[in-house]
Design a protein. Structure first.
Ligand SMILES: Nc1ncnc2c1ncn2[C@@H]1O[C@H](COP(=O)(O)OP(=O)(O)OP(=O)(O)O)[C@@H](O)[C@H]1O
Ligand SMILES: [Mg+2]
Length: 336
């Protein structure tokens, strides 16, 4: 098949963004070529993107473009592909836009009775207070990924710390922010693959206890930006997570319901915390999960399942192709 890859390229290792490293694009290209596909690359920031896709008309696009500007940037390339009627892997414009907004994501989850930590939105003119939340809380930007804006200072134990963290976040992001009850306990990330029905992969535990004292100070048992960029290879990963079977089953059930509720397609990764009483909470969804062959969690999950990076990439393409094939026969959701 003639497959295009749409992506945003990281220009330098120090750039603070969510874009992909050249090695990731190359690895995806090689994985697809190894299964006989003819692959062409499309850098999504190019002003010629619309033109090249119109002229080339790939049969399918493997989309990992995060988009550059605006709160809903991940939806840009899928909107273009919809307009050109070129099929692509992954979630729709609506689903990607919802998941860019952590508050909207949580509102959808709550509507469906799916557990997510209690939260409050603060606008710059609001008094900085926690209302009916309980300390500790964590202050987060609403529209960022890759733990951008999350540091050890984001966790607040009292009003003074909250004021400091909130004011800093307002200055940095110039948008409303979110204050969320902090869930101590275990960090778990869960992959989902496919559609009819979605297959929830075994939950993966991220164990921070192998980090040094200094590293834990910068990243106190959470995934800060520093952790994602510098420490992620130093953590321990357990698949499945070291939890009782009933808890793993409960996680699988809520993640599957969340995938459906959030209109996700083909692939996604959910970040969760599990408190000391074994209650799981969904923090957020990543419908364009990182595919860095060395540092991303979904490739890690596949490796721990005994599968290869090539399997992962080709599974994503295959479930998307299958979905399009079935969509021509049945209209299974209201977006069609
Ligand atoms: N309510 C919470 N309780 C405990 N830890 C939290 C909470 N919210 C966030 N964290 C910690 O901060 C990390 C980043 O938070 P979150 O996943 O919401 O942000 P992100 O920047 O969107 O990350 P991603 O790269 O997955 O998109 C989490 O993985 C977790 O370690
Ligand atoms: Mg996350």
């Amino acid at each position: 098949m003639k497959v295009g890859i749409t992506f945003n390229l990281k220009r330098s290792e120090t750039e603070l963004d969510e874009f992909d490293r050249p090695v990731t694009i190359e690895a995806i290209k090689r994985a697809l070529e190894a299964r006989g596909h003819k692959v062409k690359l499309y850098e999504a920031t190019s002003p010629l993107l619309f033109y090249s896709l119109t002229i080339d008309r790939p049969q399918f696009v493997f989309n990992i473009a995060e988009g550059k500007y605006g709160a809903y940037r991940e939806a840009f390339v899928p909107a273009l592909l919809d307009e050109l009627r070129i099929p692509y892997t992954g979630s729709s414009v609506l689903s990607l836009a919802i998941s860019m907004d952590k508050v909207m994501t949580k509102e959808v989850l709550l509507y469906h009775g799916i557990p997510t930590p209690k939260f409050k939105v603060l606008k710059v003119i609001d008094p900085i207070e926690i209302g009916d939340l309980n300390y500790p809380v964590i202050v987060k930007p609403i529209f960022e990924g890759s733990s951008i804006g999350i540091t050890s200072k984001s966790i607040c134990e009292n009003d003074i710390e909250l004021k400091e963290a909130a004011e800093k976040a307002f200055r940095k992001f110039k948008r409303p922010i979110m204050v969320e009850e902090f869930i101590g306990g275990m960090e778990v990330t869960v992959g989902v693959m496919g559609n009819f029905p979605p297959q929830v992969l075994p939950p993966m535990e991220i164990d921070f206890s192998t980090l040094s004292k200094r590293e834990l100070k910068a990243s106190p048992y959470i995934q800060t930006y520093k952790f994602k960029t510098d420490y992620s290879d130093k953590a321990n990963y357990y698949l499945p997570a070291r939890l009782p079977v009933e808890v793993l089953q409960k996680i699988t059930e809520i993640v599957k319901n969340a995938f459906i509720a959030l209109r996700n397609r083909d692939v996604a990764r959910f970040d969760l915390r599990v408190d000391k009483n074994y209650n799981p909470y969904i923090l957020e969804v990543n419908p364009l999960p990182g595919l860095d062959p060395e540092h991303s969690d979904l490739p890690r999950i596949y490796k721990l399942m005994g599968k290869t990076y090539g399997d992962l990439i080709n599974d994503i393409l295959q479930v998307a192709v299958e979905r399009y094939r079935l969509e021509t026969k049945i209209s299974y959701n209201h977006e069609e």
